[in-house]
Ligand binder design. Structure first.
Ligand SMILES: [Zn+2]
Length: 172
C-alpha cells in the first residue's frame, strides 16, 4: 500500500464490497464500545460553487461540514469513504468531520450513519432502500428538520445543524 490517505479509519473496521449499497461498506472486525471514534475524515474544504458533480463517486467523497462548506476527498476509492447511509444507524457525527459509535457494535455489523446528520443542503438527495422499518425512503437536505430525527440524533448532528436546530426552536 503506497497510497497516502488523508483520513483516519479505526483499525477495528474494514471496508469491503457491499454490492447492494453502491459498491462498498464498512464492517466491524472487532467489538466497538459506545462513544468510540470510528473515522476522522480528511481532505480539502470547498464551497458549493466548487462542487464538481461529475467526479467519480461524488456522493461518497463529499461531506457537508458547515453552512456552504464541504469536505472533498481528492482520492478515489478511499476505504474511509465507504460508510453507507441508514435510516436507523449505529454511528453519529462527532464534530463536522468524524463519526462515533452511538451504541456498542458487534463483530460483523455494518457501520452506518444517517446522512441527515451532516447534510443540510440539496447537493446529495437520494431515494433510500436501507430496508430498516424506519426507512423514510427519500433522504433530503431538509431532513434535519424532522422532529423524530432531532430527538433520536440529539448530540449526533454536525455542529452547524445543531446550531440550526437550536435557532429553529428559539423561533417557534
Ligand atoms: Zn432508509
Amino acid at each position: 500500500m503506497t497510497e497516502k490517505f488523508y483520513s483516519w479509519l479505526s483499525p477495528k473496521l474494514e471496508a469491503g464490497p457491499f454490492h447492494q449499497k453502491g459498491g462498498c461498506g464498512i464492517i466491524a472486525r472487532q467489538p466497538i464500545a459506545k462513544g468510540e471514534v470510528l473515522v476522522m475524515w480528511g481532505g480539502r474544504i470547498i464551497t458549493s460553487s466548487e462542487l464538481d458533480f461529475s467526479v467519480p463517486d461524488f456522493s461518497k467523497r463529499v461531506l457537508q461540514v458547515d453552512e456552504d462548506l464541504f469536505l472533498f476527498n481528492p482520492l478515489v476509492n478511499d476505504p474511509a469513504d465507504c460508510f453507507n447511509h441508514s435510516c436507523d444507524p449505529n454511528a453519529g457525527m462527532n464534530g463536522p468531520t468524524s463519526l462515533i459509535a452511538m451504541g456498542d457494535i458487534a463483530v460483523g455489523e455494518e457501520i452506518t450513519f444517517d446522512y441527515a446528520m451532516c447534510d443540510g443542503s440539496a447537493y446529495d438527495e437520494f431515494d433510500c432502500n436501507c430496508e430498516m422499518p424506519r426507512c423514510r425512503h427519500h433522504v433530503s437536505g431538509a431532513d434535519w428538520k424532522i422532529p423524530d430525527l432531532q430527538e433520536r440524533y440529539a448530540g449526533y448532528f454536525s455542529p452547524y445543524l445543531h446550531r440550526r436546530i437550536a435557532a429553529s426552536v428559539l423561533h417557534l
